[in-house]
Write a protein that binds this ligand. Structure first.
Ligand code: PRP
Length: 213
């Protein structure tokens, strides 16, 4: 039986960019362009099988070995700390994790800070290092509303263009970490499918060098 490389792609614009990189690297799978709602595509000729998964789930598929490799944002890797190898920074999907607040926010360091976020772990680590007492309010989306409605003092969230903050009269008060898309691998796949994975990473490195020239 042929060894297939199973690849979890994050559904959406970032995933399409990633697929184009993989296609150029010699891991094409023409059926992926079919206009249907299928989620799994394979090209046995190139030993490759792609899955479209929710971006925040990519690391779960890879950690459990349901996918050999995948592409996940550094935000997800920092938040969930999956047991995978981080092989490469793909230098796409760039944004940053930041603390934001209302423009007139005054930080009284004597008080426990109320922080709304989807990224509980990143938030705990960040304020833990600063030695600051916080209460975390875990939300699943539309985080920007929390300080406006008085649910929290600040938010910890992803800022890409800054438009969402601006349109809600919020501003960045501190940057926590730069984020970008990372190629990740299941640990045992990295051993057992190393030649396929290495071929892919070599080709992608070449592409990235060319685009930097
Ligand atoms: C993220 C983030 C912000 C927005 C920032 O949300 O939570 O709301 O993008 O982007 P901007 O700086 O370019 O305005 P996303 O669209 O990923 O979805 P979410 O609401 O599920 O977090």
């Amino acid at each position: 039986m042929k060894t297939m490389l199973n690849i979890a792609l994050p559904k959406g614009r970032l995933g399409e960019k990633v697929y184009n990189m993989f296609e150029k690297a010699g891991f094409e799978c023409p059926s992926i362009h079919e206009n249907n709602r299928k989620l799994i595509f394979e090209n046995a000729e190139k030993n490759v099988r792609y899955f479209w998964v929710k971006p925040s789930d990519v690391a779960i598929y890879v950690e459990h070995g349901a996918a050999d490799i995948g592409v996940a944002g550094k935000d997800i890797l920092l938040e969930y700390e999956p047991d995978v190898y981080e092989l490469m920074d793909l230098d796409i999907g760039k944004c940053r994790m930041a603390v934001a607040a209302k423009k007139d926010f005054y930080d009284d360091v004597e008080k426990t800070l109320k922080v709304a976020t989807k990224f509980t772990n990143i938030t705990k680590n960040y304020y833990g290092k600063l030695g600051r007492d916080i209460d975390i309010i875990h939300l699943n989306g539309s985080i920007e509303i929390a300080p406006i409605l008085g649910l929290s003092d600040v938010i910890v969230d992803i800022v890409e263009t800054g438009t969402t903050l601006k349109e809600n009269n919020l501003e960045v008060i501190e940057s926590i970490v730069d984020i970008s898309a990372r190629l990740i691998s299941n640990k045992s796949s990295f051993k057992f499918k190393n030649s396929l994975i290495e071929k892919l990473t070599d080709e992608i490195s070449k592409q990235m060098e060319e685009s930097n020239d």
